[in-house]
Design a protein around this ligand. Structure first.
Ligand SMILES: C[S@@+](CC[C@H](N)C(=O)[O-])C[C@H]1O[C@@H](n2cnc3c(N)ncnc32)[C@H](O)[C@@H]1O
Length: 287
């Protein structure tokens, strides 16, 4: 396969947002070089206060569109779009995925099956083209909410909007949820999530590319780990689907007030926030 790489230099404070946008733009893999993940001695290092992100795409056009998407949202200091010499990307990627333990849940790649802790509810997610291997802060923030809410509302009905690999929906189902509906507007994600459900021995999850208009609710618990601007756009359709609790993520701390307002002005109440690094989870409830 001929890959195209998009290399961008961004301010380190924009790095998480840029990574998320690159995933959304279809990057099949991502390398990050910043002060926490410094590069090997023989490769270019970021300037102080900056990060270098290298995203891999299977189409040159997709790399160029991703660059445009980034430029709409943040300042790109420097960039390069280049053809990549043949490389076994799946092997490269494998070395980067980490398992996470959140509450009763363990989420990790299938090749860690033998080392996964026996006392946890386990989910195996093969990192492919969809977002949601568990190790991104926005995902682990939501996994913690799923753990808490399924304990508080046993058998709850759950809607997971922007399901990616399906990780949150699967976690909910494994923790005893009743009806589980999971949607994503990316057809590749929906297909991968279906495969992943099967690999985890899960059936009965309603996985599709349905829009919110096409989903019949309400649900006890609604999860939406997308981006701030998308959440604000979806608010009018999302709020009527919330029976008891809504969990929002994919939001940077400085975007929280605006996102929260879009939901509280439609009748939900804020019941708390959880911050991890630059990311925040907003918890809301139907009063
Ligand atoms: C940040 S990922 C979250 C994946 C997973 N739920 C997790 O927590 O790791 C966001 C997902 O939302 C999807 N998405 C973006 N905009 C959407 C929309 N308007 N409706 C449904 N899904 C959307 C993307 O395709 C992507 O898979």
């Amino acid at each position: 396969m001929a890959w195209t790489s998009l290399t961008v230099d961004v301010a380190e404070r924009d790095s998480e947002l840029a990574q998320s946008l690159l995933h959304d733009a279809g990057a099949a893999g991502l390398e990050v070089r910043d002060h926490e993940q410094p590069p090997m001695p023989d490769v270019r290092a970021p300037k102080p206060g900056e990060a270098i992100l290298i995203a891999y795409f299977d189409q040159a056009d997709a790399a160029r569109s991703a660059l445009e998407l980034l430029r709409d949202e943040l300042t790109v200091q420097a960039h390069a779009v280049e053809a990549v010499v043949e490389k076994d990307w799946s092997v490269e990627w494998r070395s980067r995925v980490r398992s996470v333990t959140v509450g009763r849940l363990w989420v990790g790649p299938p090749w860690e099956k033998d080392t996964a802790p026996a006392d946890k509810v386990k989910l195996f997610i093969e990192p492919k083209m969809a977002f949601g291997t568990g190790d991104h802060p926005t995902t682990s923030l939501c996994l913690a909410a799923v753990d808490t809410l399924l304990a508080a509302y046993p058998g709850a009905s759950v809607l997971d909007v922007g399901t990616g690999t399906g990780v949150l929906a699967f976690a909910a189902k494994k923790l005893g949820a009743g009806r589980v509906v999971a949607t994503d507007n990316d057809p590749v994600a929906v297909e991968l999530a279906k495969e992943c459900a099967e690999e985890n021995g899960l059936s009965g999850i309603e996985l599709s590319g349905k829009t919110l208009d096409q989903v019949s609710g309400p649900f006890d618990v609604v999860l939406a780990n997308i981006l701030a601007n998308t959440l604000i756009e979806l608010a009018p359709k999302l709020v009527p689907l919330v029976g008891k609790r809504l969990v929002l993520a994919g939001v940077l701390t400085h975007q929280a007030a605006e996102v929260r307002r879009a939901f509280t002005e439609r009748g939900l109440v804020s019941v708390g926030d959880v911050v991890q690094g630059e990311w925040i989870r907003l918890d809301l409830a139907r009063p």
